[in-house]
Design a protein around this ligand. Structure first.
Ligand SMILES: Cc1cc2nc3c(=O)[nH]c(=O)nc-3n(C[C@H](O)[C@H](O)[C@H](O)COP(=O)(O)OP(=O)(O)OC[C@H]3O[C@@H](n4cnc5c(N)ncnc54)[C@H](O)[C@@H]3O)c2cc1C
Length: 427
């Protein structure tokens, strides 16, 4: 039984996930003669590239979470439902949810994103701080603030590693977080806690490969290593985390780091739901798609964004899990469905490369294009700003981001460094 809120006479397009990919697909169907149903377990769209700025108090949560309903006020053919997708029956063309009635679809857009992979490391799921959702970012920020206040009340906690932080993963998430945390530590925290000695607040970036930023060219790798060093981040390469407790991180080499905070930026895997579909999955549990971004065995199903393994037509490489890949692939799926419904010709997906990029800190960023060209420093930061502004969902968000970023660049103020919790946490 289908309950998609439409008139039942036109095709139903079910979009699962309201990230860059799902939003892009749904918006491209606005003028199509279809009923669109978009389901997300959250009532907001998350702008993941700026989560680390929430975690370091530079931005407040609403700056990176936009109400999904707000994005569709002018689209009359869509119904939004906030609910958890619990299962999908690809043969019956039906999706099931926590509370909402099952929806039978004519077209399905799978845009459920990825999730954190702890690789079975002992204690990581319980004690590490991942940085994948807005709730993760707020949790990490609150924890760090709480540890500093706690050490300020009782100095021996600093001796025990209360201010030390281990960041696992030398990819963009780990590097950006380590760089931003170092700026918070060296900037506002120096002034907030003048009696706290700098050597009691280490930030250590741990990476299993011989070098950080393995996906980047050597010039970017050495630039990044120097930029982190300048900010006081200690980089440990060729080291693997073996186990985690709330106050200690043990490496396979036997080294034990005293740190009350472990940020997990080490890996992602396809959404758990995808693993239950009985499909053949590629590296990172991503779904392989054809040139139109469809699952070959179920051509009415499109997989886009982080859950999809999309092979680039030009380079024949699987595209990275990036916001611009998610947005463009989602939009292409929406356009393709609209064309099919209208009986028009479709064309294969071609990614317009925006570069893989990361910001290490103020004035320090890197960009690498698919063809191999690299940019570093202030120009890269400008490119980062331009690409990420384009990913923001509305013009109002863009205007606010420009004000926030310009304000932060001028004042270096991290006014979001407060906790809403009023109680003092003992210990
Ligand atoms: C910390 C971090 C930093 C990043 N930095 C950058 C960057 O600088 N530049 C860049 O281009 N990319 C960056 N990325 C990658 C980029 O954010 C992702 O590639 C992009 O968000 C993927 O979009 P998506 O729509 O596929 O998935 P998502 O954005 O993850 O959206 C998936 C949606 O599905 C919903 N969902 C999941 N499971 C269910 C369920 N069972 N039921 C209902 N709803 C569900 C989720 O709530 C979510 O809204 C970063 C990612 C992270 C984590």
């Amino acid at each position: 039984m289908s309950d998609h809120g439409g008139n039942g006479s036109r095709p139903c397009v079910l979009v699962l996930g309201g990230g860059f990919a799902g939003i892009g697909a749904a918006q491209k169907l606005r003028n199509s003669d279809v009923d669109v149903v978009l389901v997300d377990k959250r009532d907001y769209h998350t702008f993941q590239p700026l989560l680390y700025q929430v975690a370091t108090g530079l931005l407040s949560p609403p700056a990176v979470g936009h109400p999904i309903r707000d994005l569709f006020h002018k689209q009359s053919n869509i119904r939004i439902r906030q609910d958890e997708v619990t299962s999908i029956d690809l043969d019956a063309r039906q999706a099931h949810f926590g509370e909402v009635e099952p929806v039978t679809y004519d077209y399905l857009v799978l845009a459920l994103g990825a999730e954190v992979n702890f690789f079975g490391v002992d204690g990581a799921a319980e004690h590490a701080f991942p940085l994948y959702t807005l709730a993760d970012a707020v949790r990490l920020k609150d924890h760090v603030l709480e540890r500093w206040e706690s050490a300020d009340r009782e100095r021996r906690r600093a001796e025990d590693g209360a201010l030390n932080m281990v960041v696992v993963g030398g990819g963009p998430t780990g590097v950006e977080t380590a760089g931003a945390m170092a700026e918070l530590y060296n900037g506002d925290f120096r002034k907030d806690y003048p009696e706290m000695s700098a050597d009691k607040a280490r930030i250590v970036l741990v990476e299993a490969s011989p070098e950080i930023f393995a996906m980047f060219k050597p010039d970017i790798r050495s630039y990044t290593a120097k930029a982190l060093e300048d900010r006081g981040v200690e980089v440990m390469t060729g080291e693997v985390v073996e186990s985690v407790t709330p106050e200690r991180v043990t490496l396979k080499s036997g080294t034990v780091l005293s740190a009350h905070t472990l940020v997990w930026g080490a890996g992602l895997q396809g959404n758990a739901l995808i693993r239950s579909l009985g499909l053949e999955l590629g590296r990172g549990n991503r779904i392989a798609v054809d040139g139109l971004l469809r699952i070959p065995s179920h051509p009415e199903v499109y997989a886009v964004g982080d859950i999809a393994a999309i092979t680039d037509a030009k380079t024949e490489q699987v595209l990275p899990q990036l916001g611009s890949v998610a947005l463009q692939s989602g939009e292409h799926a929406g356009e393709t469905i609209a064309k099919m419904v209208a009986g028009k010709e479709t064309k294969s997906f071609h990614y317009r490369d925006k570069g893989t990029m990361a910001t290490i800190g103020r004035g320090s960023a890197v960009v690498q294009m698919l063809g191999g060209k690299t940019i570093k420093g202030k120009h890269a930061q400008l490119a980062w700003g331009t690409v990420h502004l384009a990913l923001l969902p509305t013009n109002q968000d863009r205007a606010e981001a420009v004000v926030n970023w310009a304000g932060a660049a001028l004042t270096h103020q991290r006014s979001g460094r407060i906790r809403l919790e009023e109680e003092i946490t003992p210990g």
